[in-house]
Design a protein around this ligand. Structure first.
Ligand SMILES: NC(=O)c1ccc[n+]([C@@H]2O[C@H](COP(=O)([O-])OP(=O)(O)OC[C@H]3O[C@@H](n4cnc5c(N)ncnc54)[C@H](OP(=O)(O)O)[C@@H]3O)[C@@H](O)[C@H]2O)c1
Length: 188
């Protein structure tokens, strides 16, 4: 019998031209989209890329920051991990649901392990400097659910159609076992 897969999900938002980041923040300003993100990840353990981590005003406890920098300044409740796999093992060990929250490099490395991908598609192009990685094969995953809303975008001062989608990956990859000692401790 197949063993139950650990529940790992990713969450992100992308503009119609594929952009997801600008100047280490979001290219758009859609408060309701941000509120959806915050509500969805509430109470979860997070896997976060170092650049995204440094851009966040507040970082919840049980956030695992992927970085090769051993001198990374860590906020309370945050832990540095040196690989996506190490971070996912550590996040799962908290017993909480696990969300991969980006950025682009982390989506690109973590998607094989994700059962779900929560993706908000913003139906408008935005200038940016970071693209959603083309290597994430969402087009081949079944769409599990979709909610469509027209929301206020504050930079342009207009309404924009947002599609809140959840994709399910039918055969997510099992996490490889970690080498001994690589995830033994997560000092703050
Ligand atoms: N639209 C959205 O939903 C969304 C969500 C999240 C982020 N963003 C945006 O995305 C942009 C940032 O994305 P990004 O791809 O440039 O940066 P990122 O993924 O947030 O962070 C990249 C950093 O993570 C570490 N890293 C990545 N892969 C690693 C690996 N395999 N092993 C060890 N460390 C690894 C490295 O840190 P070190 O350099 O410290 O080694 C690397 O410089 C920002 O603009 C942000 O606002 C958008």
């Amino acid at each position: 019998m197949e063993r139950p897969r650990p529940l790992i999900a990713a969450i992100g938002a992308v503009a119609s031209n594929g952009m997801l980041g600008l100047d280490n923040w979001l290219p758009w300003d859609i408060p309701e989209e941000l509120a959806y993100f915050e509500a969805t990840i509430a109470g979860a353990a997070l896997l976060v890329g170092r650049i995204t981590y440094e851009s966040m005003d507040e970082v919840p406890a049980d956030s695992f920051i992927v970085s090769r920098r051993t001198d990374l300044a860590l906020r309370p409740g945050c832990h540095r991990v040196s690989s996506v796999e190490e971070g996912l093992h550590a996040a799962l060990a908290t017993g909480k649901p696990v969300f991969v929250i980006g950025g682009a490099s982390i989506y690109a490395a973590a998607w094989p392990y994700c059962r779900y991908f929560y993706l908000t598609r913003i139906d408008m192009p935005f200038a940016g400097d970071t693209l959603f990685p083309e290597s994430v094969p969402l087009a081949s995953w079944p769409l599990f659910s979709e909610t469509v809303k027209c929301l206020r975008e504050r930079k342009r001062g207009c309404e924009v159609l947002c599609r809140f989608q959840i994709y399910e990956q039918p055969h997510s990859r099992p996490l490889p076992a970690l080498e001994q000692n690589s995830a033994a401790n997560f000092p703050e």
